[in-house]
Design a binder for this molecule. Structure first.
Ligand code: X6L
Ligand code: MG
Ligand code: MG
Length: 184
């Protein structure tokens, strides 16, 4: 399904999760958004709030800033993933410890209604529904009426309500303001 989708010249909606816990975390998130939006075949539609989140998996590391983007793209899923990995490299990501600290992490969560399970890419992201630091920001940008909307909303509201996962809204940004002073 991936290599022939989308049809030539058609735009498809996709969702990306961002995370950073080394260096100037907000600046790295902003640079990632700009790199993504400046690609000719990817356009940022909506950006979530920025959340500060307790580290999960490997817990002896600094707190993360996490957010999510809704994008439109003309790239097929695997090509989009490869672009995201190239942007991570461009922003100084070096892989040391599994699940360890990183300048920037860009994860492809959803690509239209594509389901695939390949060595390089599984869609939807196989662990997204278990990760509040993904679901809370995703809820901010998910298209109303999206098939996952109710599930994401319930999980996100629960996580923010009981607070035990250490997710707090840290800042809301107008990401366009850095590059386009007169836009919104
Ligand atoms: C048991 C075993 C329970 C493993 C959880 C969860 C492993 C998440 C890896 C896990 C487990 C991950 C971020 C993070 C990571 C992030 C926050 C991962 C990969 N990335 N914590 N931990 N934000 N808050 O972006 O997601 S490492
Ligand atoms: Mg990740
Ligand atoms: Mg990743």
């Amino acid at each position: 399904m991936d290599e022939q989708f989308p049809p030539d010249g058609a735009w498809t909606e996709a969702y990306i999760a961002l995370g950073s816990n080394i260096g100037d975390r907000e600046q790295l998130l902003r640079e990632a958004i700009l790199l993504i939006d400046q690609h000719s075949a990817i356009e940022v539609s909506r950006a979530s709030g920025i959340y500060e989140t307790d580290p999960v998996g490997y817990t002896d590391q600094p707190a993360f800033l996490n957010m999510a983007l809704a994008v439109r793209t003309m790239l097929p899923p695997v090509e989009l993933l490869r672009r995201l990995l190239a942007f991570e490299q461009q922003l100084g990501r070096v892989r040391h410890i599994r699940w360890g600290p990183r300048t920037i992490d860009l994860d492809l969560l959803l690509y239209h209604n594509v389901r695939m399970d390949q060595e390089e890419l599984t869609l939807p992201h196989p662990r997204m529904m278990e990760r509040s630091f993904v679901l809370v920001p995703l809820h901010d940008v998910l298209e109303p009426g999206h098939p996952l909307q109710e599930q994401v909303k319930a999980a996100s509201e629960a996580a923010l309500r009981d607070g035990k996962e250490g997710i707090t809204l840290w800042k809301t940004i107008n990401w366009r303001s850095a590059s386009e002073p007169f836009g919104n």
